[in-house]
Ligand binder design. Structure first.
Ligand code: ATP
Length: 622
């Protein structure tokens, strides 16, 4: 007899529980932001639908209570008239339920996974070798598709080891605490792939955690033996080290040599194997010519991961590859300039040409470029001043943060969750918007057209139904909760992404969505519900790393570290849409040790290629 299934529609035309998919499908198909799933028991399905109703009201209360403009709330909105103490009490009660329901949700809404292009043959070959179990380091200039390849690797692991990729934390806990002994150890699901990055923001971008949190090393400053002893005291962390099959570390350029060696030592000790990292497969990605490790002393004297004593044992020369094809920029001259700038060089004729880019670029749709600056303080001041200058009403959207569990198994409180989200994501705790504001999207949309870095202007504030009545659709992302139908969300006119897709300008409504800071088990440590926009008149170069900006204005006046000029300029897609002020030859800086090391890598690759050609052409008749 086939198993019974109940179809629960939380958000759709008529929310409820349906006995067959055809009925449920009618409620969700084509419905923006529809949320549904199936259950084996009717009670569970009903409970999930009810929990959804509570969640969606709880989710918007904090936003409503802090909106400065009444105009945002429609007349039927009763919550807005409740006394604030009553709202606070209701919020507290409902929050507990929200957290409970939140934990049940499988977080497959990874914002990083949008429609990526097919891999090039070089990307495919690296993917093949990694899936074959080899340790690997792939690098390449900005825009050569490192992030695209990384997402493909994560996807391939997930498809191959489906059930085991994330593992079941609760099952592990039970097993480790002596419950659940009916199962053999080999039957308990376990983690297979560690997805990490050197910084929280890079971790969020690939749907992973920080390397520090995965490894359970805190700041990583203790001696290696002490770190090892601390790790084995925490069963969850120790088991993670022992049972992970492969570990991804993105933005490896920001990990220093000492930390790399410490981690390699811990790998051997915890996994009781003398193989590098104790046999854990290591997959590294990053560009040493971009931003260097954050060091306590002078940034110019930092040590890089490739300086580590264990580096060559972990990654032999033949397992390091530089991606060669630049996809972000299409103009040959721009690609060549960037390539030499990456190495700290610039030709005389290019200096003159780059100085000439100080002009103002006029754009047909009137949407301004994003400004990139080295320092946080100047960014905040510019955005605040530009917003103040607009005489349209101000609308403030407060984030709703939900605490989760840390990698070590501790529950965060709400202020810790907010702290973690502020540190590890770019999503604002409070977002003030006005019609006329220049904004940037901070997540990838599922259509693959609007991406992290797409910019546009706020043109209006509308509820979802008002927007739909005007043929303006919500962005195609994962909302976490259904967008509150009573709130007037910003309508944004995004610039045409000709370079990415050949599409024309898009006017869309951007409601509240969600972002997770994940713990090492792939579960949320903290979740923020907020509109995924930031003000974009100014942005730090640091935060722009990894982004593609169609229109960009860069001021190099206060550049202070190697790689900064290169990171900033390589965000642009063409020289026509780049405005560059305060450019001078000495602002182009690359770290001398990175230059030397990279030369050796290229030399090695050249020799390998020559050998391959030689062998291919040789008449080897054995
Ligand atoms: N195989 C490919 N075919 C076509 N376009 C690609 C391919 N790989 C990457 N791209 C595109 O090139 C752009 C840059 O890709 P990506 O962000 O992965 O580069 P990156 O090397 O990670 O850059 P950065 O170092 O600046 O972060 C993206 O728009 C991406 O969609």
């Amino acid at each position: 007899m086939p198993k019974a299934k109940w179809y629960a529609v939380r958000v759709g035309r008529r929310p409820g529980v349906y006995a067959n998919w055809a009925d449920a499908q009618r409620q969700v198909e084509g419905y923006p932001g529809a949320v549904h799933r199936s259950f084996p028991h009717v009670k569970a399905a009903e409970g999930w639908v009810k929990a959804g109703k509570r969640q969606s009201s709880a989710a918007v209360i904090p936003s409503l209570s802090r909106q400065s403009s009444k105009q945002l709330v429609t007349d039927e909105d009763v919550d807005a008239d409740l006394p604030s103490i009553e709202i606070a009490i209701r919020h507290k009660i409902e929050k507990a339920e929200v957290i409970k329901a939140q934990k049940q949700e499988i977080h497959d809404n990874n914002p990083a996974v949008s429609a990526d292009p097919p891999l090039s043959s070089q990307q495919q070959e690296i993917l093949r070798r990694i899936m074959n179990g080899e340790n690997f380091f792939f690098t390449g200039s900005a825009g050569t598709g490192k992030s695209v390849l990384l997402r493909a690797i994560i996807k391939a692991f997930k498809e191959r080891d489906e059930a085991e990729v994330i593992g079941d934390e609760d099952e592990w806990r039970k097993y480790l605490s002596g419950q659940n002994q009916s199962k053999k150890k080999s039957e308990v699901k376990r983690w297979k792939l560690g997805v990490t990055a050197s910084t929280g923001m890079a971790g969020v971008n690939i749907g992973g955690s920080t390397l520090h949190s995965w490894a359970g090393i805190g700041l990583g400053e203790l001696p290696p033996q002490k770190l090892f002893e601390n790790i084995i005291k925490n069963k969850i962390t120790a088991q993670r080290w022992r049972t992970t099959g492969a570990l991804i570390i993105d933005e490896i350029s920001m990990i220093d040599a000492t930390l790399f060696d410490k981690l390699e030592f811990i790998g051997r000790k915890v996994r009781k194997s003398e193989k590098p990292f104790g046999g854990l497969q290591i997959i590294l990605s990053g560009d040493f010519f971009q931003l260097p490790p954050v060091t306590k002393g002078s940034v110019h004297n930092c040590s890089f991961a490739f300086d580590a004593m264990s580096w060559n044992k972990v990654i032999p020369w033949e397992n390091m590859t530089s991606l060669t094809r630049v996809f972000r920029q299409k103009e040959d001259r721009f690609v060549k300039i960037l390539e030499s700038m990456r190495r700290g060089q610039i030709a005389k004729e290019d200096i003159a040409m780059l100085r000439g880019l100080a002009r103002t670029v006029e754009y047909p749709e009137g949407i301004e470029p994003v400004g990139l600056y080295p320092h946080k303080a100047e960014v905040a001041a510019i955005n605040a001043q530009r917003l103040r200058a607009l005489d349209t009403p101000s609308n403030i959207f407060a984030a709703f943060d939900v605490p989760g569990i840390t990698s070590r198994g501790y529950a965060l409180d709400s202020s810790q969750a907010t702290e973690s989200l502020n540190k590890n994501t770019i999503w604002p705790e409070e977002l003030e918007l006005k019609a006329g504001a220049l904004v940037m999207l901070v997540t990838n949309m599922q259509d693959g057209i609007l991406v992290n870095g797409s910019t546009g202007t706020v043109v209006d504030f509308l509820t979802i139904s008002e927007a739909m009545a005007n043929n303006i659709h919500p962005v195609s992302g994962n909302f976490g909760y259904a967008p509150d139908p009573k709130v007037r969300w910003p309508v944004v006119e995004f610039i045409p992404s000709k370079w990415a897709s050949g599409q024309v300008a898009k006017r869309v409504v951007v409601p509240q969505m969600s972002v997770d800071v994940l713990n090492a088990q792939g579960k949320p440590e903290a979740t923020r519900h907020q509109i995924p926009l930031i003000l974009a008149w100014a942005l730090t170069i640091h935060k722009s790393q990894g982004q593609t900006l169609e229109r960009v204005k860069i001021d190099l006046n206060n550049i202070f570290v190697e790689g900064q000029t290169y990171v900033a300029i390589s965000r642009a897609v063409s020289l026509d849409t780049l405005q560059l002020t305060n450019f001078s030859e000495h602002k182009v800086m690359a770290h001398t040790r990175v230059i030397e090391w990279s030369r050796r890598l290229e030399q090695q690759q050249k020799e390998d290629d020559e050998w391959d050609d030689l062998l291919a052409n040789a008449n080897l008749d054995f």
